[in-house]
Design a protein around this ligand. Sequence first.
Ligand SMILES: [Mg+2]
Ligand SMILES: [Zn+2]
Length: 190
Amino acid sequence: MSRRAVFLDRDGVINRERGFVLQPAELEPVDGLARDLRSLSEAGYLLVVITNQSAVARALLDWPTLRAIHERLQRAADGALDAIYVCPHHPSAGATPMTRACNCRKPSPGLLQRAARDLHLDLARSWLIGDAPRDVAAAHAVGAQPILVCGEKCKSAAQWPAQATPPVAFVQDLTEATAHIAEARAGQPN
Ligand SMILES: [Mg+2]
Ligand SMILES: [Zn+2]
């Protein structure tokens, strides 16, 4: 049986945006993270982080450190994260084996498709919470429903690029995105 997921962008959604996170101590999980994730999980969603980390291609970050960063993230989430998928690539930055074109750097939907295969997800009944147009585009590419976290910038949501398909909702933060999903879920049979 296929399951629903909420895909979560990492930086700017579940971790406060501050540029590259190169050490576990640089992670700043957002307020209410464990509570919000628990409520999504209890509503029947798998929670899957989908994150571009070109710091790997740039040789700023190695895999053991990234793993340690994600162990800290999982602790802050009270263990609620079901999976974390990383694109380590960049098409041009750096000079490592990870410096190359790929199909998994958002807006490409490669990581969403890989997660859907691995976890048997029903993408049409899944959501993605992101804070950038490339997150929204990746969700649309697989038929999932994107929610854009835009904080103060929500006031200028009308500036959404006219040629791009907009998200289904503009919200302040993860807590508001969680409430939106709960409301949409209410009244549905399963
Ligand atoms: Mg982000
Ligand atoms: Zn990639």
